[in-house]
Design a protein around this ligand. Structure first.
Ligand SMILES: [Zn+2]
Length: 358
């Protein structure tokens, strides 16, 4: 056997171990025996499709998070069926945002009797703030698609600057995600959780204990994580999003850092974020904690000076963190501006105003 074919075989073996299948815009990574991370490969941009975790037990399967549209979830289910013939019994939604739960119906259709697990506040959030959010996405979706299409055609980004290749990829991906979401919107079905979690729920699947934990408010008021103590793996939903964190306008930036500290205290060796590649250490989360502590300090100081939201934003300095998370990328800086700077300030301002009773 010549050296080239040896290397090829070695490479193929390594690949088979870590990536068991590739279909659609995702890869399937085996993160432990019987535990698979479905990692989305859409580029970071304004719209999102989440990672999924598949945990194969003795008799049944537990899944963490679905997709922005049921069509994507059906692709994931097709991959899941290549991994195991066991039925899915539990689908855990890490929070109520549409990108993590619109695809839930695909599991209900494919696996009769499947249970949906989410934080207890989801029971009221999904039909209220969730419905309002969804209505907004459906109403604004066509305009966003038209805007991105115009940008691609004119060769200019949203700010009117010459478009970069990264922006082209981001906008094109957003167009596809929005269109898939809109295509299903006339038939949306909101599936409420059939089991809820306040602080902790435990599933024993015959091979391991699966802990479903609420560690505090952060990205939303309903973030739950799925911890596998035996494998030292945690699926944390959008508590962590990379390359650019997603603080979001429905977040709790003043409490977020403490929640992340509790996540790191689980001592997982493998972290599967809501969006972005699998992480093998807490380095990224620690940078997020630094930024969130700074956001809190700056917001509290601004509020103490009696500033309004505009003044708070003018006083804010997140340059160090923008540099760390977005680097020199024009596109990622735009994402940072939207999903960290603008959304974290509005959420922090809202939280502090609520506390002050005004
Ligand atoms: Zn998400």
């Amino acid at each position: 056997m010549d050296i080239v074919s040896r290397i090829t075989i070695l490479f193929a073996t390594l690949l088979a171990f870590s990536i068991t299948g590739v279909a659609g815009n995702f890869t399937v990574e085996k993160v432990a025996p019987d535990v698979y991370a479905v990692i989305r490969t859409e580029p970071a941009s304004l719209w999102f499709n989440p990672n999924t975790v598949i945990i194969v037990g003795k008799k049944f399967v537990t899944v963490v998070d679905t997709n922005i549209a049921a069509s994507y979830t059906r692709e994931v289910i097709a991959e899941l069926r290549k991994i195991t013939s066991k039925p899915v019994r539990y689908v855990v939604s890490t929070h109520w945002h549409d990108d993590h739960s619109t695809g839930n119906r695909a599991y209900r259709d494919a696996f009769p009797g499947v249970e949906f697990i989410a934080h207890e506040s989801t029971l009221t959030d999904l039909p209220n703030i969730g419905a309002a959010n969804r209505k907004g996405s459906v109403e604004n979706g066509p305009g966003l698609v038209a805007l991105f299409k115009r940008c691609l055609k004119d060769g200019k980004n949203i700010a009117g600057l010459p478009i970069t290749n990264e922006e082209r990829r981001g906008y094109a991906s957003d167009i596809e995600l929005v269109e898939s979401f809109l295509a299903e919107s006339p038939n949306f079905e909101i599936i409420l959780p059939t089991r809820t979690v306040r602080d902790r729920l435990e599933i024993n699947d015959g091979k391991r204990t699966i802990e479903v934990l609420f560690l505090g408010r952060a990205h939303t008021g309903a973030d739950i994580v799925v911890n596998l103590p035996k494998e030292k793996i945690v699926a944390c939903g959008d508590l962590i999003v990379s390359p650019v964190p997603l603080i979001g306008s429905t977040s709790f930036p003043l409490e977020y850092a403490d929640t992340l500290e509790r996540l790191l205290a689980l001592n997982a060796k493998t972290i599967v974020p809501g969006h972005g590649p699998v992480m093998r250490d807490g380095g990224f989360a620690r940078e997020m904690i630094k930024m969130l502590r700074s956001i809190k300090t700056q917001a509290v100081a601004s509020k103490a000076r009696g500033e309004d939201l505009d003044e708070m934003r003018k006083s804010f300095d997140l340059n160090e963190f923008e540099k760390f998370f977005a680097g020199n990328s024009q596109h990622l800086r735009f994402v940072f501006e939207n999903y960290v700077f603008l959304s974290a300030t509005v959420a922090a301002f809202g939280e502090l105003s609520k506390k002050a009773g005004k």
